[in-house]
Design a protein around this ligand. Structure first.
Ligand SMILES: [Zn+2]
Ligand SMILES: [Zn+2]
Length: 235
């Protein structure tokens, strides 16, 4: 199983390298010149701007704040997701994270960069959330996207967090996740530039918001003035 995974990894890395020198192809329709062409991109389900003020979940009959957020208080001001975690978006993220289609990082980074330029350009720092997953290659998937934000789109990125928990969060609810994360996420070192600054936390999927909450809380305790969250997909 391990050897099969390694071979698959080498194959995808080789195809990605090949695509740099030869050509790109849209992952969904095969059109040349793109990792994801504009036609396929327009088929992705985006999150409506009329959603919950705090978490951007679509509202049904609620007014401004969804039932999920109504009884909660967050350390971050609000979180926004670009896409709904379903259909093609779910497939793209799955392929990127678990089937090593690492060239899709290019599309994810571009989507985030466009949004940051449009609505978050006043933020001082972009900070990736730490991964709390077990398998080594899964830990790099957000970092890879954020490195593109830094290198290709010249955004100011800080890699602040390390995590010492490796327990899967999948089956846990919000409170259990908070308990699981408490004291397990740390700032790597002192960053004097953080005091009074504004930080945009970036992650791939927003599920319960527990990781965002723990990190935002830690940042505020260390003098950060304002924290918001931006994610690719809303689960
Ligand atoms: Zn396409
Ligand atoms: Zn909400």
């Amino acid at each position: 199983m391990k050897i099969k995974t390694m071979i698959c990894g080498f194959k995808n890395k080789f195809l990605w390298l090949l695509s740099l020198f030869y050509y790109k192809r849209c992952y969904l329709c095969g059109k040349k010149g793109f990792y994801l062409c504009s036609d396929c991109e327009s088929r992705l389900e985006v999150v409506a701007s009329s959603g919950c003020f705090f978490c951007s979940r679509p509202l049904i009959s609620e007014n401004r704040v969804c039932t999920y957020c109504r009884d909660r208080s967050y350390s971050f001001d609000k979180q926004k997701s670009l896409f709904l975690y379903s259909g093609l978006v779910r497939e793209l993220i799955f392929q990127y994270k678990f089937n090593r289609k690492i060239y899709l990082a290019d599309f994810f980074a571009r989507s985030l960069a466009v949004e940051i330029e449009k609505n978050y350009s006043c933020f001082d720092w972009i900070v990736p959330l730490p991964s709390v997953q077990k398998i080594f290659y899964r830990r790099k998937h957000v970092t890879r996207i954020v490195k593109l934000l830094e290198k290709k789109y010249k955004l100011k990125v800080l890699y602040l967090f390390s995590s010492t928990t490796r327990r899967s969060q999948k089956s846990l609810d919000y409170i259990q996740r908070l308990d699981n994360l408490r004291g397990k996420i740390h700032l790597k070192k002192e960053f004097p530039g953080l005091k009074g600054s504004s930080v945009l936390l970036v992650d791939d999927i927003f599920t319960t918001g527990a990781s965002s909450e723990e990190c935002a809380n830690l940042l505020l305790k260390n003098g950060v003035g304002k924290v918001e969250v931006l994610t690719l997909a809303l689960d």
